[in-house]
Design a protein around this ligand. Structure first.
Ligand SMILES: NC(=O)C1=CN([C@@H]2O[C@H](COP(=O)(O)OP(=O)(O)OC[C@H]3O[C@@H](n4cnc5c(N)ncnc54)[C@H](O)[C@@H]3O)[C@@H](O)[C@H]2O)C=CC1
Ligand SMILES: O=C(O)C(=O)COP(=O)(O)O
Length: 598
């Protein structure tokens, strides 16, 4: 398909595919995915070709971003800094933007993706939490979401420790009291931290830095995180416990998990009832992990002696919020990431990721595409091109293409299944299969989703070869079952449309059509003919094309046996007109033929 927008991340059928890298987690986006962020540096993530007609894309920066990040963006894009947009204003602007950068204050809803009209290709979150971005909608629209996962870790951890110590010593309350003209030394007696047990819930980047610092304060630190590796906890001297164990023995609890369906309101009446009376809670994660009404009840009953909160279910919270106004609660307005250093860091981190994604280059912080290690991607690059072309070719052989439902892909390789990551290849085959017959564009972000939505089942099979596993793949075969073909020769003995390809000298080659072995470079467009094998055929077809001024890039003939049937494949630089195709069809020895665009 060809798009009309000035910038798109869509593959056009005639342009070679280029790769950009992104990282993210496979859909659906479960909490388990979060642990994988720790490995980000080791990964690169693949997205898709970027075709830039307008040399400068437009990036909408919807919340305040550090200067260095803005400067970086301006070297590459038109940057529109429009803060405090209403949801409607954002939806109106978005159709003019190729990328959007937000912090936690902007809700990037399904409507934003819908109203972008397909132009929005990257959402950059200048921070960690992506709970304000509708990831499913982003994925469905093939829009990459990148974040800045590392630059604010220390700031958030330091803020957690600041709240912990300030809460234990009533700093905020005492400060307000003295400014109100009072001197209340006995009212603000605090509690000591040394020797107390701190439960860190969510032992990721921020949680583990909080743990490290709390140990320095002489606290006994335990943690709960279903996905954290035990050796990382052990290395810091922290015991990993179940949720119930951790919350029931803690004197202090500090929250550092993401807000997901699994963690939403995980701190509820039931959880509070299991805690030690007089427990103190710090929340620098997300307001939504606490049932705020239940926390007010727990504070009123004395189960929770104090809470220090940086985040709220609704931000800003209502002015009359009982929780915020509670005398035993200390609050800050979502300041965890708000240090000069962290803001400069996240701005650069997100700007680099957004620019990388728009350029179709490598980026390292995607959150909604499968992770593919960088070295694997480099190795697979020629097979990526081959995969898309095989899918594109196979679907054009189907009579009335849209009935394709069952596809089998066979990867022939000397590598064991664990040594061959085929997700990228499958995505590209999907792209090749779907794009010629729809107006949908496919990339690594939305390939699986789109296939599923269209009822397209892609079964993958490995064909283990003997020999050296140096080459990742020997050949790839794509078979489409239960369909008629407009080129009957493409139907294999077992009744499916079958095409097979290999990489030769770094270039994709078509090496089998149905039961016929062939060998042609997969470039430009192809005319496939089945004919009676007899002299003069190449000349006859060549003459017709020559008369129409169509350049033939190559010809190849595959035959069963001399003077029997043969398949002739002709590569052409442009599509022959109807008249020329008709004349080819009228050559007596030609039994059938088809024109295919790669
Ligand atoms: N207040 C602020 O300004 C800031 C808030 N944050 C928030 O802090 C949170 C953590 O950030 P990072 O440590 O950078 O992320 P991270 O992804 O490194 O760590 C999150 C950890 O939570 C764990 N987790 C997931 N589900 C869990 C569950 N049900 N119970 C316990 N643990 C669970 C994950 O396994 C992971 O180890 C995020 O929600 C982020 O949005 C981060 C930075 C600043
Ligand atoms: O990085 C995060 O998850 C944060 O919560 C920081 O939010 P902010 O960018 O300060 O709105």
């Amino acid at each position: 398909m060809v798009t009309t927008s000035s910038l798109n991340l869509v593959f056009t059928p005639t342009k070679p595919t280029s790769l950009s890298w992104k990282h993210s987690f496979p859909s659906p986006f479960t909490t388990a995915n979060c642990t994988r962020r720790q490995n980000r540096k080791a990964y690169r993530f693949v997205v898709f070709a970027t075709v830039l007609a307008d040399p400068k894309p437009t990036v909408l920066v919807a919340e305040k971003l550090g200067k260095a990040g803005l400067e970086l963006l301006k070297t590459f894009a038109n940057v529109d800094c429009s803060y405090n947009l209403s949801p409607e204003e954002l939806c109106t602007k978005i159709s003019l933007c190729d990328a959007l950068i937000v912090r936690s204050g902007t809700k990037v809803t399904r409507e934003v993706f819908e109203r972008s009209g397909g132009r929005l290709k990257v959402v950059g979150r200048a921070g960690v939490g992506i709970d304000n971005v509708d990831l499913s909608a982003a994925t469905e629209h093939g829009c990459l979401v990148v974040n800045a996962p590392t630059a604010n870790t220390i700031a958030a951890a330091e803020h957690g420790i600041a709240l912990l110590t300030a809460m234990a010593r009533n700093i905020a309350q005492a400060d307000a009291s003295i400014k109100a003209g009072k001197w209340q030394r006995s009212k603000y007696i605090g509690v000591s931290l040394v020797g107390k047990t701190l439960a860190v819930i969510g032992f990721g980047k921020v949680g583990s830095e909080v743990a490290r610092r709390a140990k320095g304060l002489g606290m006994h630190v335990i943690a709960h995180d279903p996905y954290a590796p035990a050796d990382r906890a052990r290395a810091i001297g922290v015991d990993l416990l179940t949720f119930e164990e951790a919350i029931s023995i803690a004197d202090f609890i500090s929250l550092h998990m993401p807000l997901t369906p699994a963690t939403s309101k995980i701190f509820n009446d039931q959880a509070f009832s299991r805690m030690k009376k007089g427990v103190r809670i710090v929340n620098v994660a997300r307001g939504g992990v606490i049932d705020e009404e239940a926390l007010v009840r727990a504070l009123d009953s004395g189960i929770v002696a104090q809470a220090a909160l940086d985040v709220f279910t609704e931000e800003p919270p209502p002015k009359d919020s009982r929780l915020v106004l509670h005398e035993n609660v200390t609050v800050t307005p979502h300041l965890g990431a708000s240090t000069t250093e962290a803001q400069e860091g996240v701005a650069i981190e997100v700007a680099e990721a957004v620019i990388g994604a728009l350029r179709g280059e490598l980026a390292a912080t995607a959150v909604n595409a499968p992770m593919v290690p960088a070295e694997v991607l480099t190795e697979l690059a020629p097979f990526v091109t081959l995969s898309e072309k095989l899918g594109r070719l196979a679907v054009q052989l189907v009579a009335g293409g849209s009935g394709v439902q069952s596809v089998k892909v066979t990867y022939a390789s000397a590598r064991g299944p664990d040594d061959l990551d085929t997700r990228l290849l499958r995505a590209m085959i999907t792209k090749g299969l779907i794009e010629p017959i729809t107006s949908v564009f496919i990339n690594l972000v939305n390939a699986d989703f789109t296939a599923k939505q269209r009822g397209l089942r892609i079964a993958e099979e490995r064909f283990l070869l003997d020999g050296s596993p140096e080459n990742p793949l020997e050949f790839i075969q794509v078979q489409i079952a239960n369909v008629e073909s407009k080129f009957a020769t493409a139907i294999s003995d077992s009744g499916e449309i079958k095409v097979e390809g290999r990489v030769k000298d770094g270039k994709p080659h078509l090496t089998r059509v149905g039961s016929f072995s062939v060998d042609v470079s997969m470039e430009g467009s192809l005319i496939l003919c089945r004919q009676v094998d007899q002299p003069g055929m190449i000349g006859s077809v060549g003459n017709i094309l020559g008369e129409e001024n169509i350049n033939v890039s190559f010809m190849s003939v595959g035959r069963i046996a001399p003077r029997k049937q043969a398949v002739m494949i002709i590569g052409v630089d442009k599509e022959p007109n109807k008249e020329a195709l008709k004349k080819i069809g009228e050559i007596p020895a030609i039994e059938e033929f088809v024109f295919l665009k790669l």
